[in-house]
Write a protein that binds this ligand. Structure first.
Ligand code: ATP
Length: 290
């Protein structure tokens, strides 16, 4: 059997950072938008005697998709061995949740092979990483808790994104550590107020107020890699109404609103392609492909 799935990257249109919890994760209020920039996964079942295998050119070391498979097997999932091949398009260690998207897409594919309960899939996703559950059903979602308590959100006003990858990686753990060092975390009361404001602003077909389109991790990413500032400025100079670091960075996203947004973001990506190799435009991801 051969199955395919897209694993869309995400951009955090908003990320409010709270305190560090006992489990090491941070409290978040975040608006996650899956985008059309996506990795591609192919799953094939192997003949008897085969062992699960993950191929992911461009990513060294242990793969989150291998952990997803191992987690399923440990829970008694027993279809024949599979090989999953991943074609990376999402910048690696770029803050767009590529590994999480791949793991979530692998779980969706495995579900097709042999029914798996919602609770089992969600629990395993949560174990794999705080960003994995939100990517089980790509779309627009409000994440609280560590980003793993999810509420679907209706589509906002039409918008498009300019994606500017950076020629270096950032470890999410390091960015969170830097955020702690800089004392960026907000207290519980402020998180509650901002969460309520964000929820109230999320009305179908509307753009949230600019004051809500912020990423509290951005100063930490900039502190570690000041050159990100140049990419933010370039996105604004290329007509983006908002520019922000995606998640823990370093990828920069420019937001364009309105009916002509895809064209404007596309033109900006072309204009910046030489200065930022891999620059592309994207739109919110809508169609689930499996
Ligand atoms: P995070 O989810 O930690 O915010 P990110 O979006 O910044 O991460 P990813 O592209 O998910 O970054 O990669 C983080 C690290 O995870 C990489 O350095 C890589 O070694 C490892 N990794 C494991 N599996 C994958 C995968 N399928 N795709 C990309 N990276 C992976």
């Amino acid at each position: 059997m051969r199955l395919r799935a897209l694993a869309p990257g995400k951009v955090n249109l908003c990320l409010f950072l709270g305190g560090r919890r006992a489990d090491g994760r941070h409290e978040l209020v975040t608006l996650l938008q899956s985008v059309s920039l996506a990795d591609e996964l192919e799953l094939v079942t192997l003949p008897e005697g085969g062992v699960d295998e993950v191929r992911c050119p461009g990513v060294e070391g242990p793969n989150l998709v291998s952990r997803a498979l191992a987690g399923l097997r440990a829970r008694g999932w027993d279809p024949p061995a599979v090989r999953i091949t991943i074609r990376k398009r999402i910048p690696v260690a770029g803050g767009m949740g590529g590994g999480s998207a791949d793991a979530a897409a692998a779980l969706r594919l495995c579900r097709v092979l042999d029914g798996l309960g919602d609770d089992l899939v969600y629990e395993l996703a949560r174990e794999l990483g705080a960003d994995v559950p939100s990517q089980l059903a790509p779309g627009l979602v409000l994440g609280t808790g560590a980003g793993d308590v999810l509420e679907p959100v209706q589509e906002l006003a039409q918008f498009a994104l300019l994606i500017l990858p950076q020629p270096f990686e950032l470890s999410a753990a390091e960015v969170y550590r830097e955020a702690d060092r800089l004392g960026l975390g907000r207290d519980g009361a402020e998180m509650g107020t901002l969460g309520a404001e964000l929820r109230a602003a999320l009305r179908p077909g509307r753009a949230p107020a600019p004051a809500l389109l912020v990423n509290d991790l951005q100063p930490a990413a900039l502190s570690l890699c000041p050159s990100i500032g140049g990419a933010l400025a370039a996105a604004r100079a290329a007509g983006a109404e908002h520019a922000l670091v995606s998640g823990s960075g370093p990828t920069v996203a420019g937001l364009y609103w309105g009916a002509d947004a895809p064209d404007r973001a596309g033109a900006a990506a072309l204009a910046l392609a030489e200065r930022f190799p891999g620059a592309s435009s994207a739109v919110p991801f809508r169609v689930q492909t499996i």
